[in-house]
Write a protein that binds this ligand. Sequence first.
Ligand SMILES: Nc1ncnc2c1ncn2[C@@H]1O[C@H](COP(=O)(O)OP(=O)(O)OP(=O)(O)O)[C@@H](O)[C@H]1O
Length: 584
Amino acid sequence: MIDKQIFKLQGVRQVFLQLIFVSLISGILSIIQTVFLTDALVKIWLQRNSSAWFLSVLFFLFAFTSRQLINYFRDQVTNRFSSTQTSTLKKMIDQKLYEQGPDLLNEKGSGSLLTLDYEGIDQVKTYLQNILSRSSDMFVIPWIILIYVIYENWFSGLILFLVFPLIIFFMAILGIAAQKKSDQQYTGFELLNNHFVDSIRGLETLKMLGVSQRYGRSVVSVSENYRRKTMRVLRVAFTSSFALDFFTTLSIAIEAVMLGIALINGKVALTAALSVLIISPDYFLPLRQFGEDYHANLNGKNALHRIFVLLAKPAPVVAEMNDFIWSDHTSLTIKNLNFTYENAANKALTNVNFKLTAFSKIGIIGSSGSGKTTLLNLLAGFLQADSSENPSFILNGQRINGLNAHAWQRQIGYIPQDPYIFSASIAENIAFYRPESSLAEIKKISERVGLTNFLDQLPDGLNTRIGEAQRGISGGQMQRIALARTLLDQKRKILLFDEPTAHLDIESEYALKQTIQPLMKDHLVIFATHRLHWLEQMDWILVLKDGRLVEQGSLTDLKNADGEFSKLLAKMASERQLHESKND
Ligand SMILES: Nc1ncnc2c1ncn2[C@@H]1O[C@H](COP(=O)(O)OP(=O)(O)OP(=O)(O)O)[C@@H](O)[C@H]1O
């Protein structure tokens, strides 16, 4: 009945043994408390003088207070344990997120990961606080009490003993039903969070398309769905509480009647009958508390399960590579590069072969979905090539076993389509990867990427806070900041650009191009783009179509070849014409 996955946590066995010991003492104290309370009550009933029952009351109070102290100690132990465990789990989750990279975000959704990392952790904390002490109480206390009851009155003991498996049986049935409902509820919760984060992120687009209200209604309908699932879980929880209370009350009532009859017939002493009646609810108490908390903690149990599934994800293999600096003598040959996304039916890249040399400028072109971003992510080491196809990477004549290597990634500067701007000052954003940079360095690089005019207009200059809920900035300024962030680290000699000007108007694109061009000098540049004018700056062009490298060569060669590149140009030109005629 106890959740086995808990035993994967470090140190849980010692804590559980401590709690078993605490439950043992608590059970014994409960018997002592009952014995002295009964004794005092019977003596008061028999109208003995106070000196006869005073000592019993004192012992009762002693046992009662000790029990409360023991409970306090137990809470301290479980609180400390659950806090340590959850903070360790949180660190492990964060580490896992960084280790797995953007791929995990795509797979799970940021809402779902946020739920796990914050709310899920809180639920696990409450769950751990309750489940260990409740389980240890349930394993120990009823049996100690049962021995006492059998000693006092074997028939009452028999009733208690027979009802116990009946209650366990009902709890198990309802527990299974609750587990299923709770699983559905948790999935609904994740969906709701993903949906909500999605709608907040896409609010601007939704507003622009005039569908924000419709989307708002869909969030309402998802949350309504979640509410219904929650109510179903609660229904099962209440039914099981009712069943538990019903059986325990019924068995105590039967016991009371039987003891009453035995008392009348003089077959049992008043002290024995009273003590059995007083202690019987304590026999069921651990079971009832376990049952009640079990339902309340199902979310914690689910969250813990999901955390373990996440943590069990194998770490991407980190390739071995000695530190090096990409120079004008370096080359990297890539053969048999294949890549399939998890759960995808087809390969996103098939059998791609090419060579990167020195400080050349490589353009990647292809229609939407042809695999440009995937190729860049593979080159950045964010994604791992399908190992079944035996890819080979040869760096300066030496075979290496992949690009997910620290030495490789330290050489790379990546400028994506939508660079992420952190909620911080412009200076902090620029110095994000090199926080030790001096102000002079940050100013110099800002000047190089053409941010000076923009900064001059700001009263706080480089100290202006940007990012979420701060001052807004334009797409071009965002790209410049991302560029400055990458170029601040002069050691990064390989620049990967993923359509950096895709969202800019012609003037901004032109201005940014003037900035980028000189910065590309002395760097290996790999530039994915839809815009043809960038190709004039490239020494070598890779043409992708449906995940295959269908052509490669210099711009002049490709233009003359009348192959896939020419077809792509023709297709793009006709699309542009169509677009312009629609706009006219
Ligand atoms: N996370 C993912 N899971 C499954 N399939 C994906 C994922 N990301 C991309 N794909 C698929 O892989 C293929 C290549 O996508 P990719 O983003 O690399 O194309 P692209 O050429 O960069 O497109 P665009 O120019 O529109 O950015 C597409 O068919 C796409 O649907």
